[in-house]
Write a protein that binds this ligand. Structure first.
Ligand code: ATP
Length: 366
């Protein structure tokens, strides 16, 4: 096992494009870290640099205590799992799993023992004689995982390994991967664009955007305290609502001026704004997650609107309302009596769960 440390790592491709910019990130020994972000944010490039498949333009990369910038992939003691499995079609499951060990000239008995143990752990011991063509997608994915596990590497690198599976199987395999990690305890770096997958799998998640690391933390930390509007909007579904207005002091109370009204911010928010040292009034966005909205609450935080659409998802309903400012606002409600389309509605954000972002820098104001 080992930690992975990236210090000021930059990747510039030959065409001049900077896919990863000054990345500082430590993946702790035994940790399951998920790199997440939209398509093109640089997560695959980062993983490929850790694997040694992509050269680092600037910075240092350590696996364990060893600087590996110039160490070839085969000597890095890592194992990769890709989304397309990359199994050898002409080989049996056994030979696919044994391949890496054979190449490294492990004794035959040791190979047999490791493959059989791993196959049992993954529930594929009955498939060892089959060819990949005779397997389901989920079984193939298990073989690909098995091939990485038998190597007993210091680090697993996984690039969207579940994205070719159907939704149901993906959820199942996610749970299995999590259990497997708990059992093996191998440092794992996992790439996905799917925030739900990131939130359910990661001990910590690292959110990237346009080649820049935005925030690292436990799923809960990133969800509760997003550092900026990008992270706030990317993590959580449906995405956080943002209302544009002005934060100002009204006597000793902090208010959010929006659409000609003052929403009174809770005292605790005021205290945090004061402690931040920022000057007010200031253009800002109020952030409210759809699940942090109720149909009743303090008048000082009332938001009026008109219902556009109600989406019924069984136990929960998504109410899409239009505010007098023209902004759209989504509420996720669990109550029986939900408003209907065209009705006027008053929504009340949970005062404990408000977010405020500077309109210019888009950074959290507290
Ligand atoms: P996806 O989820 O779509 O795979 P990603 O976050 O993994 O996205 P990367 O594959 O790391 O993104 O790519 C990051 C950026 O670098 C993209 O804009 C991509 O077009 C660019 N890029 C990738 N490979 C090269 C290359 N060989 N030459 C130039 N640009 C590249």
């Amino acid at each position: 096992m080992a930690r992975v440390l990236l210090e000021h790592v930059t990747k510039r491709y030959p065409n001049g494009f900077e896919a990863v910019k000054d990345l500082n990130l430590e993946i702790r020994d035994g940790e399951f870290l998920v790199l997440v972000g939209p398509s093109g944010c640089g997560k695959t490039t980062t993983l490929r640099m850790i694997a040694g498949l992509e050269e680092i333009t600037k910075g240092n990369l350590y696996i364990g205590e060893r600087l590996v910038n110039d160490v070839p992939p085969k000597d890095r003691d890592i194992a990769m799992v890709f989304q397309n499995y990359a199994l050898y079609p002409h080989m049996s499951v056994f030979d696919n799993m044994a391949f890496g060990l054979k190449m490294r000239r492990y004794p035959k008995e040791e190979i047999r023992r490791r493959v059989q143990e791993t196959a049992r752990m993954l529930g594929i011991e009955d498939l060892l004689d089959r060819r990949p063509a005779a397997l389901s997608g989920g079984q193939r994915q298990r073989v690909a995982l098995g091939r990485a596990i038998v190597r007993e590497p210091q680090v697993f690198l996984m690039d969207e390994p579940l994205s070719n599976l159907d939704a149901k199987l993906r959820v199942l395999m996610r749970a299995e991967l999590k259990k497997l990690h708990e059992r093996l305890g191998v440092t794992t770096v996992y790439v996905t664009h799917d925030q739900t997958e990131a939130m359910t799998l990661g001990d910590r998640i690292a959110v990237m955007h346009r080649g820049v690391l935005q925030q690292v933390g436990t799923p809960d930390e990133v969800y509760r305290d997003p550092v900026n509007m990008f992270v706030a909007g990317f993590i959580g579904s449906p995405p956080m609502n943002f209302l544009r207005g002005v934060v100002a002091w009204e006597g000793d109370r902090a208010v959010f001026r929006h659409g000609g009204r003052d929403l009174v911010l809770p005292e605790e928010v005021g205290a945090r704004l004061r402690a931040s040292g920022a000057s007010f009034p200031r253009e800002a966005y109020l952030g409210v997650r759809p699940q942090d909205v109720r149909l009743e609450g303090p008048e000082t935080l009332r938001i009026d609107g008109k219902v556009n659409i109600v989406e019924d998802a069984g136990a929960e309903k998504y109410v899409y309302a239009e505010l007098p400012t023209g902004e759209e606002f989504v509420a996720r409600l669990f109550v029986g009596a939900v408003p209907k389309a065209e009705e006027r509605i008053s929504l009340y954000p949970d005062p404990q769960r408000l977010h405020l972002f500077d309109a210019e820098t888009e950074l959290s104001l507290f």
